[in-house]
Ligand binder design. Structure first.
Ligand SMILES: Cc1cc2nc3c(=O)[nH]c(=O)nc-3n(C[C@H](O)[C@H](O)[C@H](O)COP(=O)(O)OP(=O)(O)OC[C@H]3O[C@@H](n4cnc5c(N)ncnc54)[C@H](O)[C@@H]3O)c2cc1C
Length: 457
């Protein structure tokens, strides 16, 4: 017979950043202390360990814009409270294009942010602002809004590392990086101080009744845990956990990759914002390489025009040398129970694509330093790329799921909203749109699911 653990008020399945954040806000906002976080792995060691740790409030729709803006506000609170233990920086995101008239992007900013004076600052040679030149990594001092730089000379002055064919740069100012691991640790300490516990084990079944009865496999030994409320924060395995209570969650798992290495040639300036090349490339190959790629259905796509969104940033302290490159070109969903679908060509592909914008990176093609890392994880996402935060159909069950490629930056507000739902408190007005009810009530903008611009990076 399975032995019984002490019952709790809230059982949170999954100790990634989403589960930890829900538990943190249950403690911090609602004084709920009887919490168990359950995970067979070390906290923050699955998807949350793969994050690029970037944040931005740039988003094509209002719901996501408000979620990210509020999340960044909460991150700033934690940075302030903890003496910036979470290493929050704010050099912005620079969105770069060779199109001379990115008016669609500027219109998008006005749509999501309104027309507040000075929020979107256009610099086309004669503009009154010089904010495009202000550069600071201090999150408490950096400007807000957006600088749209449409003059080649100004671009060269502000961003000398970019290739000369760049025509426009949108510099998103409320954006930068944090240490997701430090954020998780900070929250875990508060949860433990309040009496919350971490249970090592895999939840293998759940019976829903007047309370939830969880069976937890702890390496061959089964324990049961009774909980008044259940939070599903299972990351790529959120559907498994939902299945235990007879529900499904409409999410896909799409594998995305990054590389990091020591830029010993000093190609990438240490004060560079997180830079995104928006223009989709067609990579150039020798005839021999092209033939080889075309001969395999899995690699043939690399010879065709590819999506944009190649990104690059300095990693670690300004005195360091490491850089990170990423490119979310994969759109094929995988089963997270299978082996990770890592592309062995990824380092080569991302270097070729990124060297269009920063030509010095071409020096590393085929010559990556030995200590480089190639890694990846799943974007667990809905089709429209909005997360699922809030009640499940089963009374007393909630989820904090599908945070795609934005889970580190939105964990705070997602956790706070989910904790509000669990505690039965009022939620912000946009929180309804983040629940699964949006599929029934028409809470989803019609054009979003099919849109190419779903904020996917
Ligand atoms: C390559 C890459 C780059 C990224 N870059 C960024 C970025 O720059 N900025 C950003 O904001 N976001 C980024 N993200 C996204 C972010 O990392 C994720 O959205 C976030 O970490 C997901 O957190 P999670 O808690 O939902 O999932 P996870 O971290 O995967 O945690 C889920 C946990 O649930 C546990 N679990 C599952 N099933 C069970 C069960 N039955 N019993 C017990 N435990 C269970 C798992 O063991 C796991 O520990 C990136 C993601 C990837 C892959």
């Amino acid at each position: 017979m399975a032995s019984q653990l002490n019952g709790v008020e809230v059982a949170v399945v999954g100790a990634g950043i989403m589960g930890i954040s829900v538990a943190y806000y249950l403690v911090a906002r609602h004084g709920i202390r009887s919490i168990a976080l359950i995970d067979p792995r070390d906290p923050m060691s699955l998807t949350s360990a793969q994050s690029g740790e970037n944040y931005r409030n740039w988003w094509p729709d209002e719901v996501m814009r408000r979620l990210t803006d509020d999340s960044i506000g909460l991150l700033e609170d934690i940075a302030r409270e903890s003496g910036n233990r979470i290493n929050m920086t704010r050099r912005g995101y620079a969105l770069v294009t060779r199109r001379s008239d990115p008016s669609d992007l500027v219109d998008g900013l006005h749509r999501a942010y309104g027309d507040a004076d000075g929020f979107v600052r256009i610099h086309s040679g004669s503009g009154p602002h010089d904010s495009y030149l202000e550069s600071t990594s201090d999150w408490s001092k950096a400007p807000g809004g957006f600088d749209v730089i449409k003059d080649r000379a100004l671009i060269r002055k502000a961003f000398p590392a970019y290739a000369p064919d760049v025509e426009a740069v949108i510099h998103v100012r409320r954006a930068g990086s944090i240490s997701g691991q430090q954020l998780g640790q900070f929250m875990l300490e508060r949860i433990r101080e309040a009496g919350g516990v971490l249970i090592r084990g895999n939840v293998v079944s759940v019976t829903a009744g007047s309370r939830f009865e969880l069976s937890i496999d702890r390496g061959g030994e089964t324990k049961t845990l009774s909980a008044e409320k259940l939070v599903n924060a299972g990351g790529p395995f959120v559907r498994d956990v939902a299945g235990y209570i007879g529900e499904d969650v409409p999410v896909l798992n799409v594998y995305q990759q990054k590389i990091s290495f020591e830029d010993h040639l000093g190609v990438v300036p240490r004060n560079l914002p997180f830079t995104i090349d928006l223009d989709g490339p067609t990579l150039s190959w020798t005839d021999e390489e092209r033939e080889l790629l075309e001969s395999d259905p899995a690699t043939e796509k690399f010879t065709r025009p590819m999506v944009g969104g190649i990104h690059c940033r300095p990693d670690g302290p300004e005195s360091g040398k490491w850089i990170k490159l990423g490119w979310a070109y994969n759109s094929t969903a995988s089963d997270p129970h299978d082996a990770e679908p890592i592309d062995t060509q990824f380092p080569d592909l991302v270097l070729r694509a990124a060297s269009r914008l920063q030509p010095g990176l071409a020096n590393y093609i085929g010559r990556l330093p030995r200590q480089s890392h190639h890694y990846g994880g799943y974007y667990t996402m809905t089709k429209e790329n909005w997360p699922l935060i809030g009640p499940m159909r089963t009374p007393g069950a909630f989820m904090a799921a599908a945070p795609s490629g934005f889970g580190t930056m939105t964990a705070t507000m997602s956790g706070s909203i989910c904790a509000d739902w669990v505690a039965g408190r009022a939620v912000p007005s946009y929180a309804e749109a983040l629940t699964a009810k949006r599929y029934e009530t028409g809470g989803l903008p019609d054009d979003l699911t099919e849109s190419v611009d779903r904020g996917l990076l």
